[in-house]
Design a protein around this ligand. Structure first.
Ligand code: B3K
Ligand code: ZN
Length: 879
């Protein structure tokens, strides 16, 4: 496999003005006929260039130019390329291909899922449907004709407007769809199946009525309400916050069982993984409800940030993904609890993204090169990309940011553009200079900010000394300093102090002048605040204003003060995590010395206060009571001793539960409620606190805790509480757990998404023997290795979220993953390479683990016929 470089980008030699596709869907194979109106690209300046089309796994039946059939000598094929050497300036290419969707297990291109036909074309799946210029800067107006058996496939959908339907005499029927908006092939979609739908409508800000439909299997019609409500909220929000109106008369969502990712933003025909659209309280957890809301909004927002304005090439992926993730996270914050949403996003970033940035696959949000673009749909491009957009928002302020976004859409509507175009629009609309800020697009790695504070009582001034550095990443040994927005406040005895900065420029944030955004641009820099008449506690990186690792040598007392009293929710939570980290470090030492783990009294007192104060936001309390996760700790310790960390953390959790059992029980009881289920912030907070308390109590593993869990498991009417109870039972020694697992399966075997949760709970069980459980479950009739949701629930959860079992000292966890990757490499390379990620981090661990993990990577690399997906990840991991 070869490497593709951003620096090699060239404009396309040809353009395709219109694309007419005709599909004849069959049980054995399908026929695709395309009519492409092609002309030489005036901007390309490549007179007489050959036409080079992309295509793979296609059976080419015929090719004709302007009605004349080409002979075999007039074209040639090599790899994914079909070359027609001699073509006119402008012409119509007709091409017939045969494809076999039934045999397509990669879930890319046209494939079948639970009896229906569906497509996934991003990034380069369209070339599995027909020969084409399969690149995002070739935008075309599509007309699509679909013919299929009327009984098996009563619903036939594609992008845009339905312009004709016809019943044919042989039991088949036909629909014709026309999408007036030019689009790249990656946004093409087709669906054919036996589907039912829920309908609603939305009146846009200019009074146009849009038909909204969610297509699902009949049995799932009762699980569409939440997605529909989320869609309407998202449509309204995009009008209010970004001034963006929907642009067609219909908007369709289709749910499919077999899907490689969450969902896809095809123009007016979004295709969703069932897990991201179906929800009802009996089957779906709070997290599931929130995911549906977020993903529905994300795909809808792509209609502007992605579809109307798309990417010039795949190196620009973060242009649409970073911006759209930023948009959907602000939306979710507005719909629920902003602080909780922020903490959740930061948690993901500080675990998965920081790990990626520190590993062999580290890349800037705009990568310079790739072997397989599918490998670059990463937490870096998405989540760090969103943080970069958020920093622009912080630097410009909301009003100038909105002006910049308006200008971006106005300048580039209908175009395929670059990250640079986005930054230019932001600069032009705001007058803010983002020259140095651009380093965030080109440099990988997580910057580290080391901050210290100096108080000068005589001068009544407080100085923050800031220095930044960024570790080397593959291909980038040294880095230029970043422009880092550092949001700060200074806490005095009676509250936040007014800020007066000496000399330096900053963006003043709060109306009362007590919060500022410092522009950190140099390697080392000092910021002096005057008029400070007491020694303050600095509140730093408020709201997590930049994706960096911050180091400030706080005392325990200072952290306790921040945790209790900072007005910034993120900083309050972060202080609790730093305190928790200190406790874990002590616990590690205690365990190593063979001593009992005893949490610090002040820390326990703070936790006790959190538990007892019913006036606090329950979700915040729940998050603050949770110790830093093992995934987060793996980013802190070098090397990572997984087993030692796990056992110390568990011992500490038990000690906390023991010391606070009365408060935990009180809190649990206080959070129990009979109110009918709602997925609103308040109830979600309450359930999250209740289940956090339950998990602690169950560590005591006594009769009364078991009774609580059993009762909750048996009596809950919502899946959040039922699953939390099941999870607590499965991780305990309670004899009832086998029965609980069995009855859960009995009750829910007809609901695949619930059974996935059942797989996942067992795959994540911390107790010894989980690998054997997982291996057994792979033979369970409900497991299917061709279904990505099941693979993620069982194999992915075990390898990615069950450290103590995956990292078994005998290496059996690693061998298991190696075996599965080798199997999936053949059927579904995208899923195989995703699954591999835990092995790629081998350099972090103890020498013995390193050796075993490395051996698995070598074994995979030695496999014949490695997909480009798996090859890229394995070979880069071993470099
Ligand atoms: N744009 C799609 C991702 C496609 C991934 C292809 N391997 C979903 C999204 O980000 O909205
Ligand atoms: Zn997206």
């Amino acid at each position: 496999p070869s490497t593709i470089y951003l620096s090699d980008y060239q404009v396309p030699a040809y353009l395709i003005d219109t694309t007419e596709l005709a599909f004849e869907l069959g049980e054995d194979s399908s026929l695709v006929t395309s009519l492409l109106h092609i002309r030489r690209n005036p901007a390309a300046n490549q007179l007489g260039a050959a036409l080079v089309l992309h295509g793979t796994e296609l059976e080419l039946l015929s090719l004709a130019i302007d009605g004349r059939v080409l002979t075999a000598s007039e074209w040639s094929q090599s790899g994914e390329q079909l070359v027609i050497a001699d073509v006119p300036e402008a012409f119509v290419l007709r091409c017939e291909t045969r494809i076999r969707p039934q045999e397509n297990t990669s879930l890319e291109g046209l494939y079948k899922s639970s009896g229906m036909f569906c497509t996934q074309c991003e990034a380069e799946g369209f070339r599995k449907i027909t020969y084409y210029l399969d690149r995002p800067d070739v935008m075309s107006v599509f007309t699509v004709e679909i013919t299929a058996d009327a009984q098996r496939y009563p619903v036939l959908l594609s992008n845009g407007n339905l312009v004709a339907t016809e019943t044919l005499t042989d039991g088949r029927h036909k629909t014709v769809w026309q999408d007036p908006f030019p689009k790249p092939a990656y946004l093409f979609a087709l669906v054919a199946g036996k589907l039912s739908c829920v309908s609603d409508s939305f009146r846009t800000m200019n009074g146009r009525d849009v038909d909204l439909k969610i297509y699902v299997e009949d049995k799932d019609l009762d699980k569409c309400d939440h997605a529909m409500a989320s869609l309407k909220n998202a449509m309204r929000w995009d009008e209010e916050v970004y001034g963006r109106e929907y642009d067609l008369d219909i908007f369709n969502i289709v749910a499919v069982d077999d899907f490689n990712m969450g969902a896809m933003e095809n123009k007016s025909l979004n295709i969703f993984n069932t897990s991201c659209v179906l929800a009802k309280p009996e089957t779906t957890t709070d997290a599931g409800f929130q995911r549906v809301e977020g993903v529905v909004a994300h795909e809808y927002f792509h209609n502007w940030s992605g579809n109307r304005v798309t990417c010039r090439d795949w190196f620009q992926l973060s242009l649409k993904e970073g911006f759209t993730v930023f948009r959907d996270s602000e939306f979710s914050a507005d719909m629920g609890s902003p602080t909780v949403k922020r903490v959740e996003d930061v948690t993901l970033l500080r675990t998965a993204q920081f790990a990626e940035d520190a590993g062999p696959m580290a890349h800037p949000i705009r990568p310079d090169s790739f072997i397989e673009i599918s490998n670059f749909y990463t937490v870096t491009v998405y989540e760090k990309g969103a943080e970069v957009v958020r920093m622009i928002h912080t630097l410009l302020g909301p009003d100038a940011f909105r002006k910049g976004s308006d200008l971006y859409f106005e300048r580039h509507d209908g175009q395929a553009v670059t990250c640079e175009d986005f930054v230019l629009a932001m600069e032009a609309a705001s007058g803010v200079d983002l020259s140095q800020f651009r380093n965030w697009y080109s440099q990988a790695g997580t910057p580290k900010l080391s901050v210290s504070g100096d108080y000068d009582a005589e001068q009544q001034s407080y100085t923050l000394n800031v220095s930044q550095s960024c570790p080397a990443t593959p291909g980038q040994s040294s880095k230029a300093p970043f422009h880092i927005p550092l949001k700060v406040a200074l806490l005095g005895e009676a509250g936040q102090l007014p800020l007066q900065l000496l000399g330096e420029s900053a963006n003043v944030e709060s109306a009362d002048n007590t919060e500022m955004v410092l522009n950190v641009t140099e390697q080392t820099q000092s910021f002096t605040f005057t008029g400070i008449n007491e020694l303050p506690v600095p509140s730093l990186l408020r709201g997590f204003s930049a994706p960096v690792k911050l180091d400030f040598d706080y005392s325990r007392e200072q952290l306790l003060r921040l945790m209790r009293g900072d007005s910034d929710g993120f900083c309050r939570w972060d202080a609790s995590q730093q305190l928790g980290l200190a406790e874990i470090k002590r616990a590690l030492a205690d365990v190593a010395a063979g001593q009992n783990v005893a949490p610090d009294a002040a820390y326990l007192a703070a936790c006790r206060d959190l538990l007892s104060d019913g006036s606090l936001d329950g979700a915040m309390v729940a998050m603050m009571l949770q110790l830093p996760s093992e995934a987060y700790l793996a980013e802190i310790f070098h090397p990572v001793d997984v087993l030692a960390i796990h056992h110390a953390r568990e011992a500490l959790r038990l000690a906390i539960a023991t010391a606070l059992q009365l408060e935990l029980l009180d809190c649990y009881n206080r959070c129990c409620s009979d109110a009918p289920y709602a997925a609103d912030a308040e109830q979600i907070a309450q359930r999250s606190l209740k289940n956090t308390a339950l998990a602690y109590l169950m560590l005591l593993d006594n009769e009364s805790a078991r009774e609580l869990a059993t009762a909750q498991f048996e009596n809950s009417e919502n899946m959040t509480d039922r699953l939390a109870a099941l999870n607590a039972l499965v991780n305990s020694a309670a004899p009832y757990k086998a029965k609980a697992l069995q009855s859960f399966y009995q009750n829910w075997q007809h609901e695949p998404l619930v059974i996935n949760q059942w797989f996942q709970v067992q795959a994540m069980c911390r107790l010894p023997g989980s690998l054997e459980t997982v291996q057994g479950l792979m033979n369970h009739p409900a497991f299917d290795i061709r279904n990505p949701n099941k693979v993620r629930a069982l194999i992915g959860a075990f390898c990615g979220q069950n450290g103590v079992n995956f990292h078994r000292e005998d290496g059996a966890g690693y061998r298991f993953l190696g075996d599965q990757v080798i199997i999936l490499n053949r059927s579904n390379p995208q899923i195989a390479s995703r699954l591999l990620v835990p092995l790629t981090k081998w350099r972090k661990y103890l020498p013995a683990a390193q050796q075993l993990m490395c051996a698995e990577l070598q074994r995979i690399l030695a496999e014949p016929d490695l997909s480009s997906d798996v090859y890229e990840v394995v070979s880069k991991s071993l470099q």
